[in-house]
Structure formats: C-alpha cells, structure tokens
Design a protein around this ligand. Structure first.
Ligand SMILES: [Zn+2]
Length: 96
C-alpha cells in the first residue's frame, strides 16, 4: 500500500456518534498531547464546507505527539473535493 503524506478526513458517516464541539482554538500552540482522550479531532474544508474526522492516534503516531496542530493543518485533505488549502482543525466529543 502506498504511503501517503496527507491526512485524510474520514467520512462523517463512519463516526456519526461524534458530537461536534467547534473549531480548535489556537492550533499554533496546541499539540495532540494537549487534547483530552475523549475528544476527537477533525477538519473543516474551506472550499466545500465538509467536515470529517481523523484517526487522532494514527495521526499523532505518524507526526509526533508534540507536533503543533497548526503546522499540520496544511496536510488536511478533504475526501469530498480533495482541497488542501485553508482547512481548519475542529474538535469533537466521543460518546462515553
Ligand atoms: Zn472539500
């Protein structure tokens, strides 16, 4: 399998039980390490307004627990329209 460098936003339908909380504040100063375990990370597409969630454990393993999320925002890739520009991190809450 080809190893891709982007971070794909998986479909909302596969994680429909995540409650959307809002955009991630101050991503330039937030790392995976700072985000509580019961929170989900996702992205919002600047072009088609689609939101999707990422597998935060997989992503943090790949890019490093202490990587600032702001530096990874440009890696977010919308699976709806393939846009990678201007996408923003969003936060969600996992079901208990
Ligand atoms: Zn899009």
């Amino acid at each position: 399998m080809k190893h891709r460098r982007g971070i794909d936003l998986i479909g909302r339908e596969s994680r429909y039980d995540i409650l959307y909380l809002g955009p991630l504040m101050d991503p330039a100063h937030v790392t995976f390490d700072d985000i509580p375990e019961w929170h989900a990370l996702g992205g919002h597409c600047a072009k088609c307004e689609r939101t999707g969630w990422v597998n935060r454990w997989e992503v943090s393993q790949k890019w490093g627990e202490r990587t600032y999320l702001g530096t990874l925002a440009s890696r977010l890739r919308c699976l709806g329209c393939a846009n990678k520009d201007g996408n923003k991190w969003i936060l969600g809450k996992l079901p208990r």
